[in-house]
Design a binder for this molecule. Sequence first.
Ligand SMILES: Cc1cc2nc3c(=O)[nH]c(=O)nc-3n(C[C@H](O)[C@H](O)[C@H](O)COP(=O)(O)OP(=O)(O)OC[C@H]3O[C@@H](n4cnc5c(N)ncnc54)[C@H](O)[C@@H]3O)c2cc1C
Length: 381
Amino acid sequence: MAKKKTEFDVIVAGAGPAGATVAAILAKEGCSVALLDRETFPRPKSCVGWVNPRTEDLLKGLGVATKKLLARPIGDVIFHNANLSQYSVPKMTACPGYFVDRGAFDEQLVRAAKKAGAHLLEEHDVSDLNPLESGVEVVTSNGERLTCKLLVLAVGATTKLRARVGLKRSESRGVRWTAMVEQVIDTKPKGARPKGAAAISRMDIILGVTPENGLAVLARQPDRIALFVNSPGERNFIRDRLVELAAALRAREFVPEGFAVDPSSIVCAESCHDPALELDSHVGKNTLTIGDAGGFVAAVSQEGIYPSMWSAQIAADVIRDALAGDQSQDALMTFDTRWRLAMGDYLRPPNTDLQLLAPLIFSNQPMTDRMAKAFFFGENI
Ligand SMILES: Cc1cc2nc3c(=O)[nH]c(=O)nc-3n(C[C@H](O)[C@H](O)[C@H](O)COP(=O)(O)OP(=O)(O)OC[C@H]3O[C@@H](n4cnc5c(N)ncnc54)[C@H](O)[C@@H]3O)c2cc1C
């Protein structure tokens, strides 16, 4: 029997959108890459599944077929205030994005990485990282030890491993939660859709749903409805807010009567905690941190899939340089400048407090349109 390979140029810990993207790019270029995940793919992943339209180019660049994956463009977009008494409809000049099946999306990315030549190691739970003189040792919970010249940490939002590469969580910042509920439901209008009637896939964005300026998204697709609340604060408070909001949406007939939220069906996950822009560095000894693990989430929309893949693309460029030269750590250090230059504006919160802007969003069309551009395309308001 062939001996199992344990030494790689690059090990990527976590095979979500961030990890699979960097693994696919580097493996395609001939690097020996191990892509580790504690799960087996396809794995379920709670997610509204909204991706912005630029994701299409990233997927195509990885050789992922987009026709089926991006078959559900978002039709209408509507902003609401917190008690649903006011709304405004932005004039969208470009498609705001797509709703994707998140399980299928992540699986396709992992397949692309595998096809490019990455060694996919499922059910490999990374439990420890040991910096070596010229590399990193990765230890899994079943005792396997793998080594690499460079490590990419892409293990998502909540992980102790970040501390092992010197990324400490800021104590001053409270925890941010995402609570979500999804129901398979028939939202199709009966009969043919009348001309000019609302599109079937629609995104209602509810602003200021918590005192901490939380955000809610109601995503309606032909066969499912998802409601998500994202906010700093207490976990139970965010969950309760989701239940209240669902009742208010039902009362206003924004969702069908059948959209009843059973608290036990709510998924509540810790969101990306420290925004990338607030971390001093994403570079540890022979290590880069990307995706949710590095706080690569857009401030206005809390969108994370596209920024995760984007951070992975930049990391791949940096790793290519690091592996090619003698001073790999110096090359790795350029990651901080490179992602900030490319992604800083996209990730940054607006200059003006959203709570102050909210009344204008509901009374002034240009402001509604600017809010939409900030939300969907990361532009400043
Ligand atoms: C409820 C909810 C809804 C969301 N909806 C949207 C949305 O509609 N649009 C959007 O853009 N973003 C959304 N997000 C955010 C989005 O899911 C994340 O930003 C995105 O998944 C980040 O990708 P990632 O690859 O960095 O991390 P992840 O997708 O979390 O992938 C990390 C991977 O690492 C693996 N892993 C973790 N620890 C270990 C370990 N120790 N060893 C081995 N493997 C490990 C995990 O199994 C996982 O596969 C949502 C988040 C939540 C919680």
